[in-house]
Design a protein around this ligand. Sequence first.
Ligand SMILES: [Zn+2]
Length: 206
Amino acid sequence: MSFSSSLLEQAVNEFSKLPGIGKKTALRLVLHLIKQPQEETQLFADTIARMRREIKFCSKCCNVSDTEICNICSNFSRKKQIICVVENIRDVIAIESTQQFNGLYHVLGGVISPLDGVGPDQLTIEPLINRLTEDEVEELIFALSPNIQGDTTLFYISKKIKDLPVKITTIARGIAFGGELEYADELTLARSLQNRQPVANYVSMK
Ligand SMILES: [Zn+2]
C-alpha cells in the first residue's frame, strides 16, 4: 500500500496493529476519522489515552476497575464465599450479562499453555490461593474454556488447593443450547451424559 502522506501511513500502521484489523480495514477507519470534525477525533484519541492511563486492576479479583477494589468485590450484596474463576475480563462480562451469578470472580489472566509459553507463574494463581485462605471461601466455580489448556489449569489449581476446605466445581459442559445432537463430537456427547441433570432443573413439572 503506498501513501501520499506519511501521517496517513503512520495512522494506518497503528490501527492495523489491533487484533482482527488488516491494512484495508485500517485505511477505511482512518479515512472515516479524517472526515469527522477535529473535536470528535480529539475526543476519540483522548478517551483511549485516558482509558489506558487510568484503568486499574482490582487488587482482589484482577478484573478491570476504576478504583483499587472493583464494584463487584465491594458490593455487599454479593456472596463472598463463592468465587467464579475465569480466564479473562471478557468472561466476567459474559457471565455478568446472564444475571445468574451473585458471587465474586477471579480473573486468571489466561490459562496454562506451555506451547504459548504461559506457565502458572504468569497467571494470578497465587493471589487466588491467598484469597481462599483469607476470605473463608467455600466454593470455587471454574468457568474455563473446555479445552486442553483449560483442563490443565483446572487440574493444576485443584491439586494446589486440595488440602483447603473449598468445594471445587466447574460449569457444565455438553451440548450447546440450540445444537444438534448428531453433530456433536464424541467427547462433548460423552461429557453431556456424565453431567446429565434432573429434568426438573430445566422444566417445571406441574
Ligand atoms: Zn474485584
